[in-house]
Design a protein around this ligand. Structure first.
Ligand code: PHE
Length: 341
């Protein structure tokens, strides 16, 4: 047995392997169920007691030696495999990866804000979850006004001053009037929520930019000028505006603003439904009741306010016919805005 152990030791030392499969074969041949070393352990049972100690030690070290040799071979083969792996070709063109694009609503909101920032308007933001006072009460909505109905507004809790999702960002203007020093000149961008059925022209969540200017001697002429300058910046120098009388509880007088259709130049087309005009916003002179509710003296100060839907402006600017496209995040639609800004 001693001789056999010596032979195997010699053999193991000389083992060489090209591939992992060779090593597995050696393992089976030496340490497998019918392997040479396993066989020696079986024969060991027959060994005379006085030889057991010496042979037992030799046998164990043979087994350890085999195991570590196999391990060593395995590492070598693996290293070789790695070194022979195809080298990285730095001359190849890189994989194309798509950059994200800015969402058309973000692009439009930023454009509106940057136009007004040129006119000296600061950006003011406020909470989406509001109370009745800031969305309705302070804005001169009578208690029975339909906007206060469950059908138009998402209520979160009912009480004397219910908690609700704001239906317009005029609530931010109320917060500004309560807190900011006069004069105030702000634009308020943000998401608003209305309990409306989703269609091509309406959604229950959309974005607004509203504006407010309060100072001494602010007149309707100032409002008209601000709106005209905005329309020209947004839709082009040739753009004309017209104002139609309207009603909002918080402004008096109130108006709806139309811009001349930027598609047909005012001649009439299917976008403007043959009228030559497109409606873009509501506006008016801040009602004295609203100033008073926020602690501003209407005998000294006056102001104007306006509000527009960002989706609506974006639809007109890019002739998008279905508002839902802005919310579906279909990349084929979003990619169309890759080149804008
Ligand atoms: N708050 C109005 C709305 O959401 C818009 C508006 C703002 C109208 C300011 C007039 C003045 O429809």
């Amino acid at each position: 047995m001693k001789q056999r152990i010596e032979e195997l030791l010699q053999e193991i030392q000389e083992l060489k392997a090209q591939k992992l499969q060779d090593i597995e074969e050696y393992r089976i041949r030496l340490l497998g169920k019918k392997g040479a070393i396993t066989k020696l352990f079986e024969d060991f049972r027959e060994v005379l007691p006085e030889q057991k100690r010496e042979l037992g030690q030799k046998l164990n070290s043979l087994k350890n030696m085999a195991a570590s040799k196999l391990e060593e071979l395995k590492e070598k083969v693996e290293d070789a495999v790695q070194q022979n792996a195809p080298k990285f070709d730095f001359t190849k063109p890189g994989d194309k990866f798509d950059l994200g694009t800015r969402h058309p609503i973000s692009i439009t909101r930023e454009e509106i804000l940057s136009i007004f920032s040129k006119f000296g308007y600061a950006v003011a933001e406020g909470p989406e979850i509001e109370d009745d006072w800031h969305v309705f009460g302070a804005l001169n909505f009578p208690p029975e006004h339909p906007a206060r109905d469950m059908q138009d507004t998402f209520f979160i809790s009912q009480s004397d001053n219910p908690v609700l999702l704001r239906t317009h960002t005029s609530s931010v203007q109320v917060r500004a009037m309560e807190r900011m020093p006069l004069p105030i000149r702000i634009v308020c961008p943000g998401r608003v929520f209305r309990n409306e059925a989703i269609s091509a022209r309406a959604h229950c969540i959309f974005h607004q930019v509203e504006g407010l200017y309060i100072d001494k001697n602010v007149s309707f002429a100032d409002l008209k000028q601000a709106v005209l300058l905005f329309a020209k910046e947004m839709f082009g120098e040739q753009t004309k505006i017209r104002m139609r009388p309207s009603y909002f509880p918080f402004t008096e007088p109130s108006a709806e603003v139309d811009v001349s259709c930027n598609i047909c130049g005012g001649k009439g087309c299917n976008i403007c439904k043959g009228t030559g005009w497109l409606e873009i916003m509501g506006c008016g002179m801040v009602d004295p009741n609203v100033l008073e509710a926020s602690g501003i003296d209407p005998k000294v100060y006056s102001g104007f306010a306006f509000g527009m839907g960002v989706e609506r402006i974006a639809m007109l600017k890019w002739q998008v016919k279905d508002l839902r496209l802005y919310f579906e995040n279909d990349v084929r639609f979003l990619r169309e805005f890759e080149t804008v800004i």
